[in-house]
Each structure stands twice: as C-alpha cells, then as structure tokens.
Design a protein around this ligand. Structure first.
Ligand SMILES: NC(=O)c1ccc[n+]([C@@H]2O[C@H](COP(=O)([O-])OP(=O)(O)OC[C@H]3O[C@@H](n4cnc5c(N)ncnc54)[C@H](O)[C@@H]3O)[C@@H](O)[C@H]2O)c1
Length: 352
C-alpha cells in the first residue's frame, strides 16, 4: 500500500507515467501479471457488486461509466467509444478511472486508462483463450489492426504462445503499422488482402474492428471446426462483427450476461440463448473447450471487474516504482466541519 500521510493527496498516474510504468515493467510481464489479477478477481466473482455499465448513446458514439466493488475497494472507469474519431485524428476509445477505499469513500488512485484499457482488454482476451483456444494454437488472425491490435498480439504471445499472425484491415496502412510495431518481438507476420485470407490456417480469430453499425467481419463459411473466436469489437447495441449463423454453431462464453445480451454479439440471439459465464470456467465450475471440433466464442464486451483488476494492479506497482504524481484532489480541512473556514483561511493567505 502507498503511504498517504496527506489525506487530500491522491496518487495520479498520467499518460506519461503509465507509459513509463509499462516500459519499466515490460509489456509482456505487465500483461501476464495483469492477467493474474483478472483471474484472481474472476475467481471471487460472486463477491462483487455487478451492474451492466451505464451507457449514454449519441449519434456518433457512446460514453459509459463502469462501476464495481468487492466490499473493500470501489472502482469505476469512464470510457467512450466513437468509431468516427479515428478519421478525425482522435482515439476511438479514451478512458480514465478511480479506485477508492470503501471504508471512508476517499479515492486512492486516479489514473489514465486509455492505455490501461488496451492492456486489460488484451489480457482478458488471452485469459479467455487460455481456457478456450485449441491446445498448442500458434496462429492467430487479427481483423482490425487499430489501437488495440498490438496489445492483443502480445498478450496472446505471452499467455498462450501465439507466434504467427495473419493481419487484415480494410485500411492496409493500419496492418502495416501493426506489423511494424510488432517487428522484432518474435512474431511471424503475414499481411493479408482479405478477411478470408487472414483466417486461412488460423486456430484463433480475433476481430477488433470499429464501426458504429453492425458489420459482418466474419461470415459463416470463414469459420471452420475447432477455431476459437475472440470477438472484441462488437460491444454496443447495434454494433456487432459476426454473422448470426456463426453464433448458432458456437459455444458462447461471456463476461456478465445482463450486459453482454445488450452489447455483445449475442444481441442477435434470443434473450434466453444459452451462454457460459467465463468466471465459472476460470473458477473450475464450468467446462471450457471440450474437444478439437468445438467452435468456442469469447463474446467480449469489457466488464467493470476487469478494470477493477487493472486499477488494483496499477496501484500495487506505485510504491516500488514511484511512477505517480501527487494530486491535490480532496478538500480535507483539519476540522472536518470547517470546510468554509478553510476557504476563508485561503482568502486570508492570498491577501497576505
Ligand atoms: N471488448 C472490449 O473490452 C473492448 C475494449 C476496447 C475496445 N473495444 C472495441 O474494439 C474496437 C477496436 O478499437 P480500437 O481502439 O482498436 O479502434 P481503432 O479505430 O483504433 O481501430 C479499428 C480498426 O478497424 C478497422 N476496420 C473497420 N472496419 C473494418 C472492417 N470491416 N474490416 C476490417 N477492418 C476494419 C479500421 O480501419 C481500424 O484500423 C472498437 O470497436 C472498440 O469499441 C472493445
């Protein structure tokens, strides 16, 4: 735990400090350790407050709040999703988050979460694949080569041993960027001209595209028996990536069903279509992959507990690394009821 002698001060991790933190720890180690925190929290899933995220939809995107608590700590993330942003030179997804002490309600950490979301999403995908992908899978197609894509590749390498990538994006410059960023990291990379070409020989298919409307990134004929699909980009009402027929042939694993039924690929299915909660697989209460012919689908939308795990992980790194700033965030007068007096003393001090 970080010493917090001054109660007004909240440790703040800026984008600059987050980048230094990730580089100091190493991206692969960061993803592996973060995956461990996610698995720990998924094993105690039943303890958490759970609610579908609070989404404010607009014409161009969505702004969401993602709260949860384990009874000791409370966390939330603010995150947006605006697919048109990228064409305007802005990020599709930006985020920041807070971790707080349930005992007194005081925030204990404020951090950037744009980079952290990419890391946690990738760590979550790789955790799911550990339980669901065919054993020994080494080849992954990544369709959609934007901001999330390299993080996905590195997480799968670190956690599942994937070392052959087949990249496809409607914008080939995105695939070239992804391949360039991953050069020298131990991948054998092929840039493909179509989605169909990308999935050839792939044991794992990751879809991580951004479009405001429902797209069909994978058609039924593109998915053969035994494949694991990591569907990341369909995460809003009316925003999906897979043809419905694929869902009907797959065993579907989800984070929190009440949220995924609104936001995930399964919004295309009946409200009672059977799904398996991933936490149950991680906790050993449900089976993951059963055989070599089964199609497994992780219908990822991103759930608050993953962000909670990421906030916990970052907080646990701060003391050893010192990679945070002290933010004067909380008004905390010595005499708790004298908040106005504190204002008056500040006025007197400014006048002096
Ligand atoms: N499930 C989760 O937990 C989670 C977390 C973060 C982001 N996301 C989602 O992941 C998606 C990708 O996010 P990002 O930050 O990488 O976005 P981005 O805008 O940086 O990249 C998206 C890429 O998809 C490509 N693309 C769009 N339509 C395509 C198509 N039909 N075929 C192939 N490529 C296509 C674009 O050219 C772009 O390069 C978004 O939809 C985002 O909402 C999900």
């Amino acid at each position: 735990m970080i010493m917090q002698p001054k109660l007004n001060i909240v440790p703040f991790v800026s984008v600059d400090r987050m980048m230094k933190l990730v580089l100091a720890i190493g991206v692969e180690r960061f993803l592996t350790e973060l995956a461990g925190y996610i698995e720990d929290d998924f094993r105690r899933w039943e303890l958490f407050d759970k609610t579908p995220r609070v989404a404010s939809h607009s014409h161009d995107g969505v702004i969401e709040l993602m709260p949860t608590s384990d009874g000791k700590l409370y966390g939330f993330k603010y995150v947006n999703g605006h697919p048109k942003n990228m064409r305007e030179g802005l990020q599709t997804v930006t985020a920041f988050g807070v971790l707080a002490d349930v005992g007194n309600g005081y925030p204990m950490l404020l951090t950037e979460m744009t980079i952290l979301t990419a890391l946690r999403t990738a760590a979550m995908s790789a955790v799911a694949a550990k339980h669901l992908a065919p054993k020994g899978a080494r080849t992954m197609a990544i369709i959609g080569n934007g901001a999330q894509s390299e993080f996905q590749a590195i997480a799968f390498k670190a956690l599942t041993g994937v070392d052959r990538l087949r990249l496809y994006d409607i914008d080939s410059s995105a695939s070239r960027k992804c391949a360039k960023n991953l050069a020298g990291m131990g991948f054998d990379i092929t840039i493909c001209a179509t989605g169909q070409e990308a999935v050839e020989g792939a044991e794992i298919i990751t879809t991580v595209t951004a479009d405001k409307l429902s797209a069909t990134i994978l058609t039924d004929n593109m998915v053969g028996p035994g494949v694991h699909i990591n569907a990341v980009g369909g995460d809003c009402p009316g925003k999906t990536e897979l043809h419905r027929d694929i869902l009907l042939r797959s065993d579907i694993f989800v984070e929190f069903p009440p949220q995924t039924r609104i936001e995930g690929e399964i919004q295309q299915l009946a409200a009672d279509h059977p799904v398996i909660e991933l936490w149950q697989v991680i906790a050993g209460k449900a089976e993951g992959r059963r055989n070599g012919r089964q199609i497994t689908l992780f219908d990822s939308v991103g759930f608050a507990i993953e962000d909670f795990s990421a906030l916990r992980y970052v907080r646990d790194q701060l003391q050893a690394t010192g990679l945070y700033e002290e933010l004067d965030l909380l008004a905390d007068p010595d005499e708790p009821r004298d908040l106005f007096g504190m204002l008056l003393r500040a006025k007197a001090a400014a006048a002096a």
